[in-house]
Design a protein around this ligand. Structure first.
Ligand code: PPE
Length: 306
């Protein structure tokens, strides 16, 4: 997925031209992966671009920083204002926002200097994450030979940069084997999530998604879908899932900021129901698109207009 440069990037309180937003090669976070980040989407609405659940994402950035003993040095409100101003300055109608807090140049070693946090927010246009075909026909998942990061190794609920070597190993393996994405399991064999998205199964019009204790990143899109589904009258349960329960599900789908809501066509080459996009997934995708594009007044509180 190639980057499309935009006008400017926010770096530690200043707006820097895209090409000049650079850091030193000996930045410790590059070497040890000690950093935390977020992925946020802005959507076009009738009232101009709006950022979806901006404060929840920035709060999660702060929570992730807390796990890694970092103080970003900027409050949620300050980062929210910086994000909105960045969107205004780039003139984007829609796009992806990437705040990241990392440890700046100055010291080296695996016990990093924790009081040296730097914060950057970039934005760029980002289209379909898993591809148009996967959106239309559903994605093909395969259980990974890599286990999902666990609570005893790299805490899954913090969105840390270094944690993503786990996702990347799984995703690269899956793609090289001809699948769209990996399905990662816990050491107990419970389904955790895909490489960068949560998973839901639909069975008898009930939604099931793995609990936080099954090593997931508690996704904001996951929370959005649980809320929308309950409001639409569905029962939603957070409970452990096995891979074979996915094989026999009526429907399954992935959720994530970048991915949005993507139907699952197959798991380990077993077609999930008829493949493609099932009726419940379709209904939730439409509801989600209505909300993020500001067409549903009931969820206006989830939007911050630039
Ligand atoms: N699990 C993981 C491991 C994950 O990375 C994401 C988001 C989710 C679940 C869904 O979380 P949420 O976006 O809050 O619904 N992955 C982000 C990063 C993708 C990337 O860096 O590439 C994203 O979707 O923005």
């Amino acid at each position: 997925m190639k980057l499309t440069p935009t006008e400017t990037i926010w770096m530690d309180g200043e707006f820097i031209p895209w090409d000049q937003a650079q850091i030193h090669v000996l930045t410790p976070s590059l070497h040890y992966g000690w950093g935390v980040y977020e992925g946020i989407r802005a959507y076009p609405t009738a009232d101009g671009p709006a950022v979806f659940r901006l404060r929840e994402h920035l709060q999660r950035l702060h929570d992730s920083a807390r796990v890694y003993l970092m103080d970003p040095g900027w409050s949620v409100d300050e980062l929210a204002e910086a994000s909105l101003e960045l969107l205004r300055r780039t003139g984007l109608e829609s796009g992806y926002l990437r705040p990241i807090a990392y440890l700046g140049y100055g010291a080296m070693g695996v016990a990093p200097q924790l009081d040296n946090a730097r914060v950057v927010i970039a934005t760029w246009p980002w289209g379909s994450y898993l591809g148009e075909k996967a959106e239309r026909e559903g994605c093909r998942l395969v259980v990974s030979s890599w286990q999902r990061n666990g609570i005893h190794s790299v805490p899954p609920l913090a969105k840390a940069t270094g944690a993503y070597v786990n996702s990347a190993l799984a995703k690269v393996e899956a793609v090289r084997s001809g699948y769209d994405d990996a399905l990662m399991l816990t050491p107990a064999g419970h389904v955790a999530e895909a490489s960068a998205a949560n998973i839901f199964a639909v069975r008898d019009r009930m939604l099931i998604t793995p609990p936080v204790s099954d090593n997931i990143l508690p996704g904001i899109t996951r929370d959005t879908v649980m809320t929308l589904a309950r409001d639409l009258g569905y029962e939603v349960n957070e409970q452990s899932l096995t891979r074979s329960e996915l094989y026999v599900a009526d429907e399954a789908f992935l959720t994530g900021t970048a991915a949005e809501i993507v139907p699952v066509a197959s798991v380990d080459d077993r077609a999930v129901a008829a493949g493609g996009c099932g009726p419940v997934t379709k209904q939730l995708r439409e509801a989600f698109q209505g909300v993020v594009h500001g067409r549903n007044p009931d969820y206006r509180g989830w939007l911050d207009y630039a």
